[in-house]
Write a protein that binds this ligand. Structure first.
Ligand code: DAH
Length: 337
């Protein structure tokens, strides 16, 4: 192979590897292979002694030219990488930023947390009970007569083992009293289940907060004062409340509580169906039969209980007219809170 051919071949090789170098690091390698101290070109220079003396000068010139040309091509490629990098780094600071969606608590969880923190400030402990209950705790301990309609298969989900899904949080009352001596002052939040036709107003599952206060000398006035305070803390200081007589097997006397509509301040609107009032809970003085069941001294102790429906209160507060939306986990809906 003549020196001309060799030089040509090296040039071809160089072009090839240069083309395949995808980043400055690979370029560095190419540089070492060809132009480094122990590189190909250096090898040629070291062999120059073997060239016949009369052509040595010319070969030296050619090698120098080759070295210069390779260096030049390398520099050009470096420059290309440099400008590509700049291109990539160019940022348009006027573009709007990416929206990062933060997760948030479900409106029902928020409402329960808010209510519990109010009850805690009013001196209530928090208690929990199981969602799969026995007939005894769910009904019998709460003074339900044997043929009470609430026991009907239509309302209650029964489990295979003879248990049931609790239909209200009231069984936490007797569960708690069975293992605690009075005084007792608790609220018990949780899910309850009813086998009802699903509609805009009722769902097979919802949340309640149960309240129970047993001590010596507890009267209906204590119940009234506590509920009034709770409503003012939750709805604002201008809220009014009203007790309507009602019936529950486990309380005597029993009442249902209405609050003045916080939206229209009692003037009448869509949320309160133009009545100015919203029903929020059932309550009453604990029936002595319930206290007897768990061996509390009914001569000494009296108390009150209440149970509120969380969904109802959340729907009223947020102006939601279909309960199902609270259980669908529709991200578009939840993002609003
Ligand atoms: N457990 C009742 C229900 O689910 C609500 C209730 C009413 C709870 C009166 C109480 C109460 O503690 O005293 O319909």
């Amino acid at each position: 192979m003549t020196i001309h051919e060799t030089i040509k071949e090296v040039q071809e090789q160089f072009k090839d590897v240069l083309k395949n170098a995808r980043d400055p690091l690979m370029l560095e390698e190419v540089k070492n292979t060809f132009l480094g101290r122990k590189g190909k070109i250096a090898g040629f220079f070291s062999m120059i002694g073997e060239v016949p003396p009369d052509t040595r000068k010319e070969v030296g010139k050619m090698l120098n030219e080759l070295k210069r040309s390779l260096n030049e091509q390398l520099e050009l490629r470096y420059a290309e990488f440099q400008s590509e990098k700049k291109q990539k780094e160019r940022v348009d600071y006027t573009l709007p930023g990416y929206v990062v969606h933060k997760g948030s608590r479900h409106p029902l969880t928020q409402a329960v947390d808010d209510m519990l923190s109010i009850f805690k400030r009013l001196g209530f402990d928090i208690a929990y009970g199981p969602e799969v209950e026995t007939d005894w705790f769910n009904f019998e301990s709460l003074n339900f007569p044997p043929n009470h309609p609430a026991r009907d298969m239509q309302d209650t989900f029964y489990t295979e083992g003879g248990g049931l899904l609790r239909t209200h949080t009231s069984p936490v009352q007797t569960r708690y009293m069975a293992i605690h001596e009075p005084p007792v002052r608790i609220v018990a939040p949780g899910r309850v289940y009813r086998n009802e036709a699903i509609s805009a107003r009722s769902y097979c599952l919802f949340h309640q907060i149960e309240g129970l206060y047993i001590d010596t000398d507890i009267s209906f006035a204590d119940l009234k004062g506590t509920i009034e305070l709770f409503c003012r803390m939750y709805y604002g200081k201008d809220v009014k409340i009203k007790f309507r007589t009602s019936y529950f097997p486990f309380t005597e006397p029993s009442a249902e509580i209405d609050v003045s509509c916080f939206l229209c301040k009692g003037k009448g609107c869509r949320v309160c169906k133009n009545t100015g009032w919203l029903e929020i809970m059932g309550c009453g003085m604990v029936d002595p039969n319930v206290l007897k069941v768990i061996n509390y001294d009914t001569e000494k102790y009296t108390g009150y209980a209440f149970g509120l429906g969380v969904e109802r209160m959340v729907m009223m507060r947020l102006g939601i007219n279909d309960i199902r939306i609270l259980f669908e986990n529709d991200v578009e809906f939840l993002r609003q809170f």
